[in-house]
Design a protein around this ligand. Sequence first.
Ligand code: CO
Ligand code: CO
Length: 328
Amino acid sequence: MELWPVLERLPPQHHPAVIVGANQADDSAVVRVTDDIALVLTVDFFPAIVDDPYVFGQIAAANALSDVYAMGGKPITALNIVGFPEGKLPLEVLGEMLRGGADKVNEAGAVVVGGHTIKDNEVKYGLSVVGLVHPDRVLRKEGAENGDLLVLTKPLGTGIYSTALKNGALGGAREKLFYASMSELNRAAAEGLYDFGAHACTDITGFGLLGHALEMARASNASLRIDVRALPFLPDAAELAGRGFLTGGGMSNREYVKEDLAIEGKLPGALEMILVDPQTSGGLLVALPPVAARRYMEALAKRGVRGAAIIGEVTAPGDARLVVEAGG
Ligand code: CO
Ligand code: CO
């Protein structure tokens, strides 16, 4: 939702300890506690997007944790936020969902310390996550520099997969891949990111690659050039998009970036939809100098992060636009 017109009218929130706050549209807030320690604070929740409650719990947690990773932080605690249609669904569904969430939080090296459940018409679940970061080592959407390369750490296309699944057009093997991709933590992708020399970072979620790339471009006052030929996407995602398995979110993302997007060459419609495909729990988009980017890619391969790719570069400081290079 486009909330800025409302948020702008709220009383400004200022405090010397706030490093990243409500005035900056970043992935998490960051608040200094001591000279060496800052808290990374975020909350995220949404209605069930898959039928299996355990898998949904995992995905909701992976997504909530991701905003801490996107700031260069290390998650330490999480609180559950739950809406549940008591009486309409067995309580075991709630239990499975929370078990999925707890397993992911534990995999992240963090711990669930509580939560709150309300009665609701539909299942909703998410978490408020707290992480730690050194105050001088915060990664933000701003900071991408001319000449940086762009690394994307997860393949795109989970929105398209989800529509195909709802329409019975996603095979069993692809369905497994879909769940695995969305519940995969960005932990390995985020490890040591600051030490690699990363200048800027965000995670790819609802606004799709181009929506989140545009936020980085604006925050950094730079243009991002994305090479479609280098784009990692899930198998058959382009074919499924071509067959019309799209999302409403993808359409509005395309509208959202239109004004600031230049396409060079001939971009097939299916690939355009992959570029704006909403990702519930996507990978990180990282801007870092070329030598660092290659070292980072090698590290990702060693850590078993599959589907990461160098997808473009940062150019033209002062002109916050997106250029998509389609070739052909
Ligand atoms: Co985010
Ligand atoms: Co978020």
